[in-house]
Design a protein. Structure first.
Length: 143
């Protein structure tokens, strides 16, 4: 397979590339544990009937990896990135910022995504639009 790993959410399966594992030059146990945290999140998270931005769902998975302590050193630093829904590490750091504003924010967002998705969820949970939050986040890091 190409890539690192993927989750089949309909059958609760996680597939990891043996080629990726075989060619990984760092701490393999730490990396694979992080990958499994990310992919397992996809098994458990809500996808808003497939309406949520992919960048958000991937960001939630990397947020879980980040909070578990398995973020690799090559990830962007907090404040970097071009869009809040860029996905993966960029969105994970943004979600960590949002979670710092309201403890449990990511869990609450996931709960709301059980039946659909709306950018209004950010306003409902944090009192600001996602664009306002992104601007505040970038300003916090002087970017």
């Amino acid at each position: 397979m190409e890539g690192v790993a993927y989750a089949l959410i309909d059958t609760n399966e996680i597939h990891v590339s043996s080629e990726y594992i075989g060619n990984y030059s760092g701490d393999v146990k730490n990396e694979i544990t992080g990958v499994l945290y990310h992919e397992m999140t996809h098994i458990w998270q809500w996808f808003a009937n497939r309406e949520a931005p992919t960048g958000l769902t991937e960001g939630i998975a990397d947020f879980v990896r980040l909070k578990a302590g398995y973020a690799p050193s090559h990830w962007v630093k907090p404040g970097q990135g071009n869009r809040w829904d860029q996905g993966y590490d960029v969105t994970a750091h943004f979600l960590d910022y949002c979670d710092g504003l309201l403890s449990g924010f990511v869990a609450d967002m996931n709960k709301k995504m059980k039946t659909g998705y709306s950018p209004e969820y950010f306003v409902e949970l944090l009192g600001k639009t996602v664009d306002q939050l992104w601007s505040d986040y970038k300003a916090k890091y002087g970017i």
